[in-house]
Design a binder for this molecule. Structure first.
Ligand code: SF4
Ligand code: SF4
Length: 300
């Protein structure tokens, strides 16, 4: 079952023009710096923001298995008993309780996308499928890409690249643009910080560069993980061996914004505070890419 956990309209950093971005829930990677922890699990999750809670008990009254309780500590959920039915979120007047992840049919997602046709046409934009990892939802993704193709909507995939060659190439044949993450070149470090090897990811990017799609390479930049010049040199050398160069490299400096999301998910123990890369280092990295003839910018 594929779930959508967010829809962003008027997205300006998810591909060319102004776009609608559909976020699919579930990712095979577990990056230590992930700023969307609600995107990792493929299942529905309950989010709770204690600072928004008014203590009205509407959620407690709505909860059939009594998993939602008002205690001296405030609202507490017994996740063993919780059915993830979402009734508590439906009745919550303040937005303190929310559910992340909703099942949609292809035609329901298309209805959302088609509402923005004018904005997409006027800006040479389109739709972007992001995550989580959109390539983990192959069947749904392929159906959505076909449906967007019939409407002549520009299609972009925002991906970690972690999938099989066969699935990647099928998706590439049905879209126009990829935003492709390159996190860290050293495989041991990659495994340590994302939980998976980068061997298939690099191989997939080589394959993708032989196809017709446009590619932006995106590097989430984290101090002490991948901001060393040796990693950037290896990245630039790898990019220069690709059959077709990317349109550009987008450097995305890490910002510490995820802590609150881990709190809302009740998974604060999983939050790892990483360090933001220094401005001077970011400038050095841009210059280093330029010295290899590769256009690189901060952001995008
Ligand atoms: S999601 Fe359903 S079962 Fe879980 S706490 Fe809310 S109302 Fe209760
Ligand atoms: S319904 Fe919302 S505001 Fe009321 S107690 Fe539950 S979480 Fe708090």
């Amino acid at each position: 079952m594929s779930l959508v956990f967010d829809v962003k309209r008027y997205a300006i950093n998810d591909g060319p023009g102004i776009r609608v971005t559909i976020f699919l829930k579930g990712c095979p990677l577990s990056c230590t710096w992930c700023h969307n922890p609600e995107s990792i699990e493929k299942t529905v999750e309950k989010l709770f923001t204690s600072s928004k809670c008014m203590g009205c008990s509407a959620c407690v009254d709505a909860c059939v298995p009594n998993a939602c309780m008002l205690t001296s500590e405030g609202i507490v959920t017994d996740y063993e008993a919780c059915l993830l039915c979402g009734k508590c979120a439906e009745v919550c007047p303040s937005g303190a309780t929310e559910m992340s992840g909703k099942k949609y049919q292809v035609d329901e997602i298309m209805e959302i996308i088609k509402k923005e046709t004018l904005m997409m046409d006027q800006s040479d934009g389109g739709v972007t499928f992001s995550g989580g990892e959109p390539l983990s939802h192959h069947e749904l993704l392929v159906n959505l890409l076909d449906a967007c193709g019939e409407e002549e909507i520009h299609r972009c995939i925002d991906t970690t690249g972690y999938t099989s060659e066969k699935k990647l190439l099928e998706v590439a044949s049905k879209c126009e643009h990829f935003l492709y993450d390159l996190k860290v070149m050293d495989d041991t470090k990659h495994k340590l910080h994302t939980g998976v090897s980068n061997v298939q990811i690099l191989k997939n990017l080589e394959l993708l560069a032989k196809s017709n799609v446009d590619i932006n390479i995106r590097i989430p930049l984290i101090k002490g993980v991948n901001d060393d010049l040796e990693n950037i040199k290896q990245t630039a050398e790898f990019i220069n061996k690709l059959e077709k160069p990317p349109i550009m490299v987008n450097i995305l400096p890490y910002h510490n914004i995820a802590q609150k999301k881990y709190e809302k998910l009740g998974r604060l123990e999983k939050f790892v505070k990483m360090e933001e890369p220094q401005l001077k280092k970011q400038e050095q990295i841009i210059k280093l890419f330029e010295s290899y003839g590769i256009k690189a910018i901060i952001g995008g």
